[in-house]
Ligand binder design. Structure first.
Ligand SMILES: *Cc1c(COP(=O)(O)O)cnc(C)c1O
Length: 360
């Protein structure tokens, strides 16, 4: 008698590391004041939107994008002072660049190291790429414990290190000299993730020629183009050549390439918005510090980390008042009772502050 073939389900077939992951949480935001994802709250000016619309109508959408993206790369190089000696890798957001770096360096047993708490996707992409993840705890005040990082580098010899500069979700910039010490000590590639560059005023871009193992990674998302999905990284050509083999050939669409190139020709518009967000950040921190039972941490990014007495309850009450922020409680021991507020418009910030005062 012929038996039915055994059928295996996802629980039998999916890799254990993947089964253990949770999908990246994105909250429903219809009708909400959205302060959970570090988006720029300002739209582009109407004339610029119309110019982009007309320009988009001329694009050859029947064709695959040029994967070498010469116009966009030239624009990025000129706008962001990428050193001539470096090449550029483009990603569908910088998320994809993290994944490409992990997959490229994932020799058996290879380690990805990062301070933590930091950007959660470092750990996720390490797991997906089969890398061993080593998180090095920050101090309780979120400063970098350099001694501990250097010891961990010595012990684990990481192929890949990520330093978010400024750090997400804590908002602080680690001292430049500490990051330089990590670069000097690390045996492998060190990615300085400058997702919040527009709000920080500090960068390792100009120091690329100094460090053969440095890659500076950025995104246009936090600058105001999160919907476009474009990340870029600069490093020596010998690194970019290998990373580029792992990139999907058409990962950055015709639309993303062309629209980013055009909008970066108007970088002043985005820089002015970033300057407004920075001055609103100062106001927001000051008002948060006026509240009893709220600890607001300093920030070099477009968000502010706060600690309250019961983050789960406060977050739920804020949500009931249509304010969406990120609850970090439970994501890392150092983030107990922490919430992250993206800096919004002055009106949004005022509503968030009023709702918070009622929610404590
Ligand atoms: C937001 C963020 C990214 C990813 O941004 P993309 O939108 O994928 O370009 C990368 N690193 C850090 C630290 C971030 O906060």
């Amino acid at each position: 008698m012929k038996r039915d073939p055994v059928k295996l389900g996802p629980a039998d077939l999916v890799r254990e590391e993947i089964l253990a992951l949770a999908a990246y949480p994105v909250s429903a935001s219809a009708g909400m004041i959205k302060l959970d994802a570090m988006e720029n709250p300002y739209r582009l000016p109407e004339p610029l939107r119309e110019e982009i619309g007309r320009f988009v109508s001329t694009l050859p959408l029947n064709r695959y994008p040029d994967p070498t993206a010469p116009a966009l790369k030239a624009r990025l190089r000129a706008t962001f002072a990428i050193p001539d000696a470096c090449d550029i890798l483009l990603g569908n957001g910088s998320d994809e660049l993290i994944q490409i770096a992990a997959q490229t360096l994932a020799r058996p047993g290879a380690v990805l190291l990062a301070p933590e708490p930091s950007f959660v996707m470092y750990r996720v992409y390490a797991a997906i790429a089969h890398m061993r993840y080593v998180g090095v705890p920050l101090n309780a005040d979120f400063s970098l414990d350099l001694r501990r990082v250097l010891d961990a580098i010595e012990q684990h010899q990481p192929a890949l290190v990520f330093i978010a500069y400024p750090n997400n979700p804590t908002g602080n910039l680690f001292p430049e000299e500490a990051v330089a010490a990590v670069l000097a000590a690390a045996p492998g590639l060190v990615v300085v993730d400058e997702a919040y560059h527009a709000f920080a005023g500090k960068t390792f871009m100009a120091r690329l020629p100094e460090f053969p193992n440095l890659m500076v990674m950025r995104t246009v998302s936090k600058l105001g183009l999160a919907g476009v999905r474009l990340g870029y990284a600069a490093a020596r050509p010998e690194w970019i050549r290998e990373l580029d083999k792992v990139r999907s050939p058409y990962n950055v669409s015709v639309l993303a390439q062309a629209v980013t190139e055009r909008l970066l020709a108007h970088i002043g518009v985005l820089e002015n918005q970033a300057a407004r967000i920075k001055s609103e950040r100062a106001v927001l921190i000051e008002r948060l510090r006026d509240l009893q039972r709220v600890e607001a941490f300093a920030s070099d990014a477009n968000f502010v980390l706060v600690r309250v007495s019961d983050a789960d309850a406060v977050c739920a009450r804020l949500q009931a008042r249509q304010i969406l922020v990120r609850n970090l409680n439970g994501s890392h021991p150092l983030l107990a009772n922490c919430l992250r507020f993206t800096v919004g418009t002055p009106g949004e910030n005022a509503l968030a502050l009023a709702a918070l005062a009622e929610s404590l």
